[in-house]
Design a binder for this molecule. Structure first.
Ligand SMILES: Cc1cc2nc3c(=O)[nH]c(=O)nc-3n(C[C@H](O)[C@H](O)[C@H](O)COP(=O)(O)OP(=O)(O)OC[C@H]3O[C@@H](n4cnc5c(N)ncnc54)[C@H](O)[C@@H]3O)c2cc1C
Length: 430
């Protein structure tokens, strides 16, 4: 069971699923322990956000068996990251969750639910039509590619966390849909000797968890990408195919040298991710192609890797700048330097000039200074509501300095966590 944002999910995408809303938790006669705890801990004030909080809390509550114990405050905060409160603040809500977890198990018949769901024939292709609009959800890659070939103007949809907004905010006429969400082959996620292979329909949450094993430096970004309900539904393939210059996965994927596999009825082809983006929201994707999978190289020894997301708010916010640095350090010299950046150009970009300055250099103060000058001149970002062009340029310089501080053998701060959360934790201990 996963939490999801109802406002982003087209009705047809729910075929074969059970939907639970705040109405089903409990009522005045028999409230759910979460509802009782929200009242006793004063977790609800204006009440506008409360149903959403309840549902996120319910997902924490339901996982207490699989988790093997109560959730920590940090885990609870993560689960609530998609729910923004403007009245009480979050402490009483987190308190309520901890109180609810101590309550006796609230009856919920999972077995009956599984039996009911099994009774819904959801094994073949699914088609739904309403008001002359069609939704096609094939099961196999073959069926998907044939459909795509036959309907090149239909909108491909995965988790609809981007597309949902085109519908509800922009009222865009999108015509027919081809959903990739039920294609089993696109849900594969595996690590082999050749890399990490992630199917395009793997959720953002699952994809980041898989990559974290190889690249633990992704941990902060993994928690700050949107919120848990969005990460549960949004896919890595959708993030890439959407092609937003401020999407969070492309900078680190580009820095790590990831490739994407594009598939059509004629076969497959692989290209480096950065080659996929040809202009603002323009992609090297033929009308009959889909993004099939993402291939991420394995970590090499002596590899340095960092990624940072800078946004106005910690939770559920879009990046002003997201930048990733990757290199190997050989006898103090940098090699295979790759820098991926978002929020600095019309497309997710590579800082090739800065990479060239650093490639082969000793990772010392002199190299840092030259590289800072290069990265300050590398991009021509825009000023918009998220950040000014000057601020974005300065962020690139400052985050390059931070990369040096954290990874250079010449730095006093090497191997020390310089993150905001680490500072906060240190502050708590004082
Ligand atoms: C509240 C909120 C917060 C968000 N926060 C972030 C954030 O912090 N960082 C971030 O990067 N993004 C964020 N997003 C954007 C979004 O969640 C991501 O881009 C997500 O990964 C999109 O995946 P999806 O499966 O929902 O894509 P969809 O919405 O289904 O599709 C997006 C695009 O990709 C295309 N597409 C999907 N799958 C394929 C495929 N297999 N082949 C070819 N084309 C395909 C679609 O046609 C469409 O053009 C946020 C969105 C919301 C609503």
């Amino acid at each position: 069971m996963r939490s999801a944002n109802a406002c982003l999910l087209p009705l047809a995408s729910l075929h074969g699923k059970a939907v639970f809303t705040a109405d089903q938790l409990g009522d005045e006669q028999k409230p759910h322990p979460i509802q009782e705890a929200m009242v006793s801990c004063h977790g609800s004030q204006c009440g506008f956000c409360t149903p959403g909080f309840m549902m996120s809390m319910w997902s924490v509550y339901l996982q207490r068996d699989s988790r093997g114990g109560p959730a920590s405050r940090e885990e609870i905060q993560q689960a609530l990251s998609g729910n923004l409160c403007r009245c009480t603040g979050y402490r009483p809500i987190v308190d309520a969750m901890q109180v609810a977890e101590q309550a006796p198990e609230h009856p919920f018949d999972r077995q009956a639910l599984s039996t009911q769901l099994a009774g819904i024939a959801d094994t073949g292709d699914f088609h739904y039509s309403a008001q002359k609009q069609h939704w096609h959800a094939p099961r196999t890659m073959d069926a998907l590619l044939r459909l795509r070939h036959a309907l090149p103007n239909a909108t491909l949809v995965a988790g609809s966390t981007d597309i949902g907004l085109w519908i509800t905010k922009q009222f865009r006429p999108l015509g027919d849909f081809i959903s990739v969400a039920k294609v089993e082959a696109l849900h594969h996620c595996e690590r082999t000797d050749e890399g990490i292979f992630i199917g395009a329909a793997v959720s953002v949450e699952q994809a980041y968890r898989a990559c974290l094993k190889e690249y633990p430096e992704l941990s902060e970004l993994a928690d700050r990408f949107a919120s848990l309900p969005v990460r549960n539904t949004g896919t890595l393939g959708g993030n890439i195919a959407n092609g937003s210059p401020i999407g969070d996965s492309m900078p680190w994927l580009i820095a790590l040298g990831a490739r994407i596999e594009l598939a059509s009825v004629s076969g497959t082809r692989q290209i480096p991710l950065e080659a996929f983006y040809t202009g603002y929201r323009q992609k090297d994707l033929q009308a009959n192609e889909v993004v099939g999978r993402i291939i991420i190289p394995l970590r090499t020894s002596a590899s340095l890797f960092r990624v940072w997301k800078i946004s106005k708010r910690i939770d559920q916010d879009i990046s002003a700048v997201c930048i990733a640095f990757s290199a190997t350090l050989n006898d103090g010299r940098l090699q295979h330097v790759r820098i991926g950046a978002g929020g600095v150009a019309a497309i997710p970009a590579r800082a090739r000039q800065t990479e060239a300055v650093l490639e082969g250099s000793m990772w010392d103060q002199a190299a840092l200074e030259k590289a800072c000058a290069a990265i300050a001149a590398e991009f021509t970002p825009l000023s918009d509501m998220r950040a000014s062009a000057a601020y974005r340029r300065q962020l690139c310089v400052n985050l390059l300095k931070r990369f040096w501080l954290e990874t250079s053998p010449a730095s006093d701060a090497k191997d020390k966590a310089l993150s905001l959360t680490a500072y906060a934790a240190a502050g708590d201990q004082q």
